[in-house]
Ligand binder design. Structure first.
Ligand code: ADP
Length: 704
């Protein structure tokens, strides 16, 4: 629009200039032709003078001839001089016209003849008087010369008149032309100016409407901006702020007077204000969108961080008219981000120090962290793998699942996998595979959900597991073989042993005192050995039976089992003078014979390992919290050093020599085997010289 107006005015000026120049030239040319017209008039005037001069010469010549008065003579002379001057002037004025110049010598010749005739007349008057002079005049010669003269003058005059008429035509033409140009140029200029004026006025109206619309828009924006949660403001095209929303004043506790223009710097932090001013000034200058982050002081003097943006509002021609800006409080977000960053760095530190290989994978399946252990396990240097696909080190299908889970944002699937190791095989850089256990956990981070995989090389574990399985199997086999052997051998040994034993006893009975004393002693050793061997074999048999018994467990009133045991021990009890007491005992699920055996062994030991005083043994049972019954057999005997608490339950382990107490070291091992077979435990509490209490716990019968 502006350009159109400029163009219109510009062309109007150019046209006026052209018109001016053309008409100036027209004027110049017409004044030139006027000059020629004037020139013609001058020539004609001089010709008239010449005629007048000649007439005066003739009349004064005649006057003198008739009167002889000197006055005529003087007039004659003056006219002669004037005629000469005028003739010279005509010559000069007609220099440009050769036609006229051609006539001049004849004219001068006639003039000279006339003068000569005049002089003759004057001479005659003086010398011969009036008559002679009048006769000379009357001869008619003077009239002829005059007629010639007038003829010549009129020739020149006619030529000049012809020129004059030509010049008049030319001059009129020029004038008319100039007039026409002037008229046309003025009309055109006025038209263009009027057109431009119309465009301008139309534009002014349009601009007025646009401005009104703009103001309305601005008003609406203000209303809106007063109701948003951000601080907002408006600046003019140069960046001078003239309006802030209410929130700005509420936040900063300032007024528009303080803040107007560039006053906003007052609530900026001194460390940031210069940078902010520089940047925003540059944006205002270049009309670029502005964005910056900085702290602003609130009404209480505390600073909060804001993300600030401003956009230019342009008119239809792209000229910036206003700037609209907002400041969004991002303190909380920044705090959270900083926190997260700290967490992340701590977390990273932790991962680096972890004893397992740790690989962190981003939602795109790319490795973002690879700790030292991972380098060791997979044989890569971290730089080789960070940023690469995780499928480089773990099987394809699994990696995809892992990524899919990660993408599901801390998905349930992944959460379920936390803590549950998944065993699969990892791939080293050299292509070899090895068993790994992998544990996953999701980690929300700024880059989305990362999957953290803790990876453990379980090659060793697998190996020892395999080893263990093998060992257990072998152990079981050798145990089975041993039991088989123990049973078979003790069973089969009994028969020959019984024979040896009965014959040695027979030998002792029959030949005691009949051989020498040495023989008696030898026989006694043999009998003793046989007895001990029988005891041992019986115990071994009992031990192997405890392991091989396949009888079912039944409900057994433990009291009756104890009673049977005491019956078996009656001789021992009698001989030792022991007092065995017991509380009410519960019914338990057990093998009665074996429970009897346990009681018998424990009570037997309690009596056997006694001190000088009479042994007192007490059997009781208590229900403990773990759904089981705990039986106890307490004595007042020798007691046991705590360091042997475990060892005494091992087969053939004895704390006392054969000379002190008889025994095979099998009793407690049998007890242990029986109790454990029935799902229970056995242990001892004791203090040397203060007595011991053996405990064994058996599971309670369900529902009782
Ligand atoms: P044995 O009695 O045949 O030697 P046991 O297996 O029954 O074998 O006992 C192992 C050892 O535990 C005994 O040799 C004895 O030293 C010790 N012992 C067992 N019961 C008692 C007890 N009530 N008081 C002291 N020592 C005991």
């Amino acid at each position: 629009m502006k350009r159109r107006v400029q163009l219109a005015f510009g062309s109007a000026i150019v046209i006026l200039l052209v018109v001016g120049a053309v008409s100036y030239r027209g004027l110049f040319l017409s004044s030139e032709s006027d000059r020629w017209v004037r020139h013609s008039h001058e020539v004609l005037e001089n010709l008239d003078h010449l005629v007048a001069d000649m007439e005066r010469i003739e009349s004064s010549d005649r006057g003198f001839a008739l009167t002889g008065e000197v006055v005529y003579l003087e007039s004659y002379r003056a006219s002669a001089v004037s005629a000469g001057q005028d003739a010279a002037a005509v010559r000069d004025l007609t220099k440009d016209n050769p036609e006229q110049q051609l006539q001049l010598p004849a004219l001068e010749e006639v003039m000279t003849q006339k003068m000569r005739l005049g002089d003759v007349v004057i001479g005659l008057r003086r010398t011969k008087g009036v008559g002679a002079a009048a006769e000379a005049i009357g001869s008619g010669r003077g009239q002829r010369i005059m007629a010639d003269y007038l003829g010549l003058v009129s020739k020149i005059q006619n030529e000049e008149l012809r020129l004059l008429s030509l010049r008049n035509v030319e001059s009129n033409r020029r004038r008319a032309q100039t007039k026409a140009i002037l008229l046309f140029g003025t009309v055109l200029g006025v038209l263009i100016a009027a057109g431009a004026g119309w465009i301008v006025s139309r534009d002014i109206v349009a601009r007025g409407l646009a401005e009104e619309a703009f103001r309305e828009g601005e008003e609406r924006f203000r209303n809106l901006a007063n109701n948003i949660s951000q601080l907002a403001w408006m600046a003019d095209e140069k960046g001078s702020i003239f309006w802030y929303n209410q929130r700005w004043f509420d936040y900063s506790g300032t007024t528009l007077e303080e803040m107007a223009g560039w006053g906003w710097q007052k609530i900026h932090h001194p460390d940031h204000v210069q940078r902010v001013v520089d940047k925003i000034s540059q944006c205002f200058q270049n009309g670029e969108i502005w964005e910056d982050t900085f702290p602003l002081r609130d009404r209480d003097g505390n600073y909060r961080w804001f993300l600030s943006q401003a956009v230019p509002i342009r008119d239809s021609e792209g000229k910036v008219m206003r700037w609209f800006g907002t400041n969004t409080d991002i303190s909380v977000r920044m705090e959270a981000e900083r926190h997260l960053a700290q967490m992340e760095s701590r977390y990273r530190g932790l991962l680096e120090a972890a004893p397992d290989a740790i690989v962190v994978v981003n939602p795109a399946g790319k490795i973002v962290l690879f700790n030292v252990q991972a380098e060791k396990q997979f044989g890569y240097i971290r730089d080789e793998l960070v940023g690469q696909e995780v499928t480089n080190i773990i099987p394809e299908g699994f990696a995809e699942r892992l990524i899919a889970d990660g993408n599901r944002s801390a998905s349930e699937a992944l959460t379920q996998q936390i803590g549950a190791g998944i065993e699969l095989s990892g791939r080293r850089k050299d292509g070899t595979e090895f068993p790994i256990e992998i544990m996953l956990s999701p980690l929300e981070s700024t880059d989305g959900v990362l999957v953290t995989a803790a990876i453990r090389d379980i090659t060793e574990r697998r190996r020892s597991e395999e080893h263990l399985v093998k060992t257990v199997w072998e152990l079981k086999r050798s145990n089975d073989e041993l039991q088989q052997f123990a049973y078979v051998s003790s069973h089969d040994l009994q028969e020959p042993l019984r024979m040896v034993s009965s014959y040695t006893q027979l030998l002792a009975k029959r030949y005691k005192g009949r051989l020498d004393s040495d023989a008696d002693e030898f026989i006694a050793f043999a009998v003793d050995g046989c007895n001990r061997m029988q005891g041992l074999i019986q115990d071994l048999l009992a031990y192997s039976r405890a392991g091989t018994s396949e009888r079912e467990l039944r409900k057994v009133p433990s009291e009756s089992a104890l009673r049977k045991a005491l019956t078996n021990l009656r001789i021992m009890i009698k001989q030792s003078g022991a007092v065995v007491t017991h509380d009410a005992l519960p019914t338990v699920r057990a093998d009665e014979t074996q429970l009897t055996q346990v009681f018998q062994n424990l009570v037997g030991n309690a009596i056997k390992y006694r001190r000088a005083e009479d042994p007192r043994v007490h059997v009781s049972a208590a229900r403990n919290g773990g759904n089981e019954w705990t039986f106890s057999v307490g004595d007042n005997g020798l007691g046991i050093d705590p360091q042997y608490f475990e060892r005494i339950f091992v087969l053939f382990q004895r704390l006392h020599g054969r000379d002190e107490f008889e025994g095979t070291g099998i009793g407690l091992a049998i007890c242990k085997k029986i109790v454990e077979r029935q799902g229970g435990r056995i242990w001892v509490e004791s203090q040397p010289e203060k007595g011991s209490t053996f405990y064994f716990a058996l599971p309670e019968i369900e529902g009782e």
